[in-house]
Write a protein that binds this ligand. Structure first.
Ligand code: PLP
Length: 820
């Protein structure tokens, strides 16, 4: 590097002061000279951009410090590869983690601007579908907090997850345009650009007396350009980088085409490149199964691997030291093609032999599994993989041969087991199994809750686990307490600080002393008052957005998550119908007033999930307009669930619905957000609910329903849902109301498919668990009628949920997997 020989003082920026007046002056500076607007005519968006730019300046100082330090110490860096980052809004996160909330607020007040008003205008970056993407976002924040030098790598989708609208109760998908007003957080890094190839052929040279070399000649190439977003840790401890790749056409080709007068051809090339990073696949638990998706995966993996190797070598490190200096975490199988890409780079570009390269590769990678659902395990048809990535296909065969030879040599594996381990699915059409590839190519394979990890060993990876018994380990998911307590619930944060001091802000496990306050009536009153205020805020949102009035003194029962049959929103809705029947049949009883709130998006191609949304809306319309219910029950489906909506709904919940079919939810993180914010959980023994039970104590959570073992047994032995339904009068009555068209008089058969599914196979055990669920709900009612008991339990939830911090999860990854 050449040294600029200027004045050293001028080359180093002066440390910034963050008093309100200095901040205000800087905001005006950005507004005037950055955006070119006079304060008198500036729009709220202009103020937002100017404010972000002023905050960003303070982050950059720390960012450069963090980068310089990582370079100086040349320690291990962690790379988190994820096709999804569900980061949501960033301004409040950044300001709060920098400790500048009061200063920024005052600065804006002096300029006549309300922080809360402009904060609402920031787009919610939804570059993910649900839990998996949100986990990646929580991990980025925790890695910066815990002090791990880390990069997140993903795709800069022009359109994130679709915006959900309701049309007559049906989900309608609209494009989300989060970049419409520009993105002041990001920096385009033209210098961090890489060529990514697709298709073409593989040539060989070398021969008898020299090693054979493979040269991939792709038919198409695009450029990947990095866009960096800084991620600030708590108290500005560290600033890490989220680098998202955007696809662009290669200029020389374009130029040549233009010169030849082929303007249409040039445009086509340009469109094709840009299509790569245009949309996030709105698939959640099922593979999109489309070529474009495989292209996206390879595109971002290749760019990331090239970037990682460049940084590693630029520091003067050898390739052999890669596993000591670099840890690459694969968030599910979406980035699994990275394993083969690293092999290609090491063998073909750097001349290592296959065995050397393989040793470096598996010691560098680790893989997180997120699902056991067979239909969600990624695999690609061999012909497609071969056509798009011919050199990678060769390497897949070579890796497979090596591993299968190991397995045969050990003599513990029969043909059946060898077939399960193979990278190639041979039954039916031949496919490349990405889960097996990620497993073989990693030194660590982790599940995301204790139960899920055990099931992984018994089911999907039973044979690979036998071959590599030390590989599978558990890292129970977590959530960042900064966003999911301190920012989303300032009232509770203030109350807790008043009671036990501020130590929990630096270590959320120090919430534990709050436990003693569960028995303090005065504290319970204050805790209840904060919950009440959060419920009033949500009630106002429901009234203004939907025109529905809900009573903040009712029990707020909330289920928000992706709509999926295994998550069983249907169970919740059927229980609402049953409750509705009973309130009308027994008006003399003391019913607990309840508002059931739901929100969530369905994958656009997922027919039953969309039908469940329509059912929720149809049921809501009937119940909410029936005067005989006397307001004792309301059902509300709030459209367009995203991180920002979660930040308002979570603190307002009394009851958290975590009712998936046991054995099907890998972990869940929504469950953690609610309990931390003082909600009681009604849930099954599934995912992290099992560990929540251990932490909060069985008297502070309401558990019901079949266990994972019982579900597996019922499925394999065959169970009789019709007999179950006929033996439950309440369930039978609710189902016949649906079938009779009580909620769909305009189309009586609308929901017959859903109801028939319950009678015929009830794969998700909705009927099988119904009575236990309804009983558990009446148990919740009983607790609610004794407010001191209710708040004692919910306070203990807040006090005992500290372990579910993503800081704890990240420390475990760092100690056991990354050794960073
Ligand atoms: C936390 C979160 C999720 C995950 O919720 P689960 O209940 O664990 O499925 C999904 N989407 C958003 C926006 C979230 O904040």
């Amino acid at each position: 590097m050449t040294k600029p020989n200027g004045n050293a003082d001028l080359l180093q920026p002066k440390p910034r002061i963050s008093s309100p007046d200095v901040l205000a002056a800087e905001i005006i500076e950005h507004l005037t000279y950055g955006i070119g607007k006079d304060a008198k005519v500036a729009t709220p968006h202009d103020w937002l951009t100017a404010t972000i730019l002023a905050i960003r300046g303070r982050i950059i100082d720390k960012w450069m410090e963090s980068t310089r330090e990582a370079y100086r110490t040349n320690g291990k860096r962690v790379y988190y590869l994820s096709l999804e980052f569900l980061i949501g809004r960033l301004m409040r996160d950044a300001v709060s983690n920098l400790g500048l909330m009061d200063e920024v607020r005052q600065a804006l007040v002096s300029l006549g601007v309300d922080l809360d008003v402009i904060a609402e205008l920031e787009p919610d970056a939804a570059l993910g579908n649900g839990g998996l993407g949100r986990l990646a976002a929580c991990f980025m924040e925790s890695m910066a907090t815990v002090g791990i030098p880390a990069y997140g790598y993903g795709i800069r989708y022009v359109h994130g997850l679709f915006r959900q609208q309701m049309a007559d109760g049906w989900q309608v998908e609209l494009p989300e345009t989060w970049l419409a007003h520009g993105n002041p957080w990001e920096f385009e890094r033209r210098e961090s650009s890489y060529e990514i190839g697709f298709g073409g052929a593989v040539e060989t040279n070398g021969g008898l007396d020299e090693p054979r070399r493979y040269i991939w000649k792709p038919a198409e190439r695009v450029i990947a350009t990095g866009y960096d977003t800084p991620v600030v840790g708590w108290r500005g401890a560290r600033v890490n980088t989220l680098r998202l790749w955007s696809a662009q056409p290669i200029d020389p080709i374009l130029l040549a085409a233009f010169n030849a007068g082929d303007h249409i051809g040039a445009l086509r090339e340009s469109n094709k490149a840009e299509t790569l990073t245009r949309v996030l696949y709105p698939a959640d638990a099922t593979p999109a199964g489309q070529e474009l998706r495989l292209r996206q995966e390879y595109f971002f993996c290749s760019a990331s691997l090239q970037d990682i190797l460049r940084r590693h070598l630029q520091q003067g490190n050898s390739l052999a030291s890669l596993p000591d200096k670099v840890a690459i975490q694969l968030n599910d199988t979406h980035p699994a093609v990275s394993v083969v890409e690293l092999m290609r780079l090491l063998c073909d570009m750097h001349g290592l032999d296959f065995d050397q390269a393989w040793d470096i590769t598996w010691r560098t990678f680790s893989y997180t599994n997120h699902t056991l659902l067979p239909e969600a395990l990624e695999s690609w048809p061999v012909p497609l993989f071969e056509r798009l990535l011919p050199r990678h296909m060769q390497l897949v065969y070579e890796i497979n041969a090596k591993v299968l030879l190991d397995a045969r040599r050990s003599r513990h594996f029969g043909d059946q087991e060898i077939a399960h381990i193979s990278l190639i699915e041979e039954s039916g059409s031949r496919r490349v199994r990405m889960g097996n590839l990620a497993f073989m190519g990693s030194h660590s394979v982790n599940g995301v809750s204790a139960l899920h990890t055990e099931l992984m060993k018994q089911t999907v990876f039973a044979d690979l686990h036998k071959l590599y018994p030390d590989r599978i380990n558990n890292k129970t998911n977590g959530i960042t307490p900064r966003r999911w307590l301190m920012q989303c619930n300032p009232g509770l944060t203030g109350l807790v600080t008043e009671a036990i001091g501020p130590d929990f802000k630096d270590d959320v496990e120090k919430l534990r002393p709050l436990d003693a306050f569960a028995d303090d009536p005065a504290f319970r009153e204050k805790f209840a008052a904060i919950k009440r205020a959060n419920k009033e805020r949500l009630s106002n949102l429901v009234l203004s957005r939907m025109g529905v009035r809900i009573d903040p003194s009712a029990l707020f029962d909330i289920q928000i998550k992706r709509i999926h049959e295994y998550k069983r929103q249907l169970l919740n809705i059927i229980e609402a119908i049953s409750l509705y029947d009973q309130i009308r049949s027994h008006p003399e009883r003391d019913w607990v007033p309840r508002v059931k709130l739901l929100a969530g998006k369905a994958a656009p191609s997922y027919h039953n999930a969309k039908l469940i949304i329509k059912l929720a809306n149809d049921v809501a319309r009937v119940i909410n307009n029936d005067p005989s219910v006397r307001g004792l029950l309301k059902v509300v489906f709030i459209p367009n669930y995203n991180v920002s909506l979660a930040e308002i709904m979570v603190p307002a919940a009394d009851l958290s619905e975590q009712i998936s079919t046991a054995g099907m939810e890998a972990s869940g993180t929504g469950n953690m957000k609610f309990a931390l914010n003082g909600a009681l959980t009604i849930g099954t023994l599934d995912g992290a609910n099992v560990e929540m039970l251990e932490h909060v104590g069985e008297e502070n959570i309401v558990i019901f329903g079949m266990t994972a073992d019982e579900v597996a047994a019922a499925r394999s032995d065959g169970h009789n849902p019709r007999a179950i339904i006929e033996s439950s009068p309440e369930l039978a009555q609710a189902l016949s109301a649906i079938s009779a068209g009580v909620f769909s008089p305009d189309d009586r058969d609308r929901f017959s498919g859903l109801v028939d599914g319950l009678y015929q196979h009830d794969w998700f055990m909705v009927a099988a668990d119904f009575d236990a669920y309804a009983r558990a709900q009446r148990q919740v009612d009983a607790i609610w009628t004794d407010p001191s008991a209710w708040y004692a339990k919910t306070i203990r939830n807040t006090a005992r949920m500290g372990w579910f911090s993503s800081d704890r999860t990240i420390r475990q990854y760092a100690a056991d997997i990354w050794r960073a």
